[in-house]
Design a protein around this ligand. Structure first.
Ligand code: SD4
Length: 319
């Protein structure tokens, strides 16, 4: 029982000391590093590029940027960067963010005609006092940094949009047929965590729509004392729950990455009620190099690359 002011102060001092202790200290030799994880099958190629940086003792922040640039440039990946599906008006609009081990972060949203939004986000982080630039301002900034404007709408994506226009049925549902954002998390040789997330967002979205992927805390979060998380699926749901921040905070409280992802997905499902028609998936990596994932619908997979090689794993799901 707290009997006087001195006891209260003592207790407050103890509680704040406890709050500063990392959630779990793992013997340095047991840390699984370096390691990189990323969402979906295209994560395999992306991880390969990230691994080149990590294997040479490079920084996690450089690894994640290099990694996600691969699907950004790939016209066959229809929901990231070049070749991404456009919005209802036929414009490809891109969202991306990046976060390092010191809580520095940068983000761009509703960026058009620039193939590598993640690198623009990196420069927002490195070269400006801001975290987020959007639309025309983000484009002007990109151009000032030497990025070149190019048409990102490939014939394949244009055809898909024209086919969609026939019915123009706008169902703002992201299920397993409408996804592929890449979120990537890395732990480098130094034991530092960073993450990146980049997308063209929901296919045929309303003009001006921004999802979770460029929102720090929703589509990506990194706390170098605890772990990192990224998300894929219906971005509105991650924004409403600040999903990735939630996952990291649950890890701080002692959950494993899988347990934390599961708890966040269940929180969303519980609040939604009709969750069966949506997809939401989280991927998390802890400070000790442990990883895990969880989603609503089966079908979400993720790529893991470490010293033992690369593998594609299926996330566990509610359904
Ligand atoms: C969004 N979360 O814009 C993104 C879409 C996505 O896999 O993840 N697709 O809502």
């Amino acid at each position: 029982m707290i009997t006087n002011r001195r006891d209260f102060l003592k207790l407050s001092a103890i509680s704040s000391a406890v709050a500063l202790i990392p959630f779990k200290t793992v013997a340095k030799s047991k840390v699984n590093k370096p390691i990189v994880v990323s969402t979906w099958q295209h994560g395999i190629a992306a991880n390969k590029a990230a691994w080149q940086v990590l294997a040479e003792h490079g920084k996690a922040i450089d690894a994640v940027e290099a990694g996600v640039r691969i699907p950004e440039a790939d016209p066959n990946v229809m929901t990231v960067g070049y070749g991404g599906y456009p919005d209802r008006e036929g414009n490809v609009t891109l969202d991306a963010c990046i976060m390092d081990e010191n809580q520095n972060c940068g983000s761009v949203a509703y960026l058009q005609n620039i193939k590598h939004p993640i690198s623009v986000a990196r420069l927002v982080m490195d070269n400006t006092p801001h975290v987020m630039l959007v639309g025309e301002g983000a484009l002007q900034f990109a151009k000032s940094q030497g990025f070149i404007e190019e048409n990102l709408l490939t014939p394949q994506a244009k055809k898909a949009w024209q086919d969609w226009l026939v019915e123009s049925k706008y169902a703002p549902v992201i299920n397993i047929e409408n996804h592929d954002t890449i979120g990537m998390l890395a732990l480098d040789m130094n034991g530092d965590l960073s993450g990146a997330c980049t997308t063209s967002g929901a296919a045929f979205k309303m003009a001006g729509r921004v999802g979770d992927s460029p929102i720090i805390g929703a589509g990506l979060y990194v706390d170098n004392e605890v772990g990192a998380a990224t998300a894929t699926g219906m971005g509105e749901l991650m924004i409403k729950t600040v999903g990735c921040h939630l996952v990291v905070e649950m890890m701080r409280q002692g959950m494993t990455p899988t347990q934390a992802c599961k708890a966040a997905v269940e929180r969303i499902a519980h609040k939604l009620g009709d969750y069966k028609q949506f997809q939401v998936g989280f991927l998390a990596l802890s400070k000790s190099g442990e990883y895990g994932s969880y989603c609503i619908q089966p079908g979400f997979n993720y790529a893991v690359t470490s010293k033992t090689g690369s593998k594609l794993l299926d996330a566990a799901s509610i359904l």
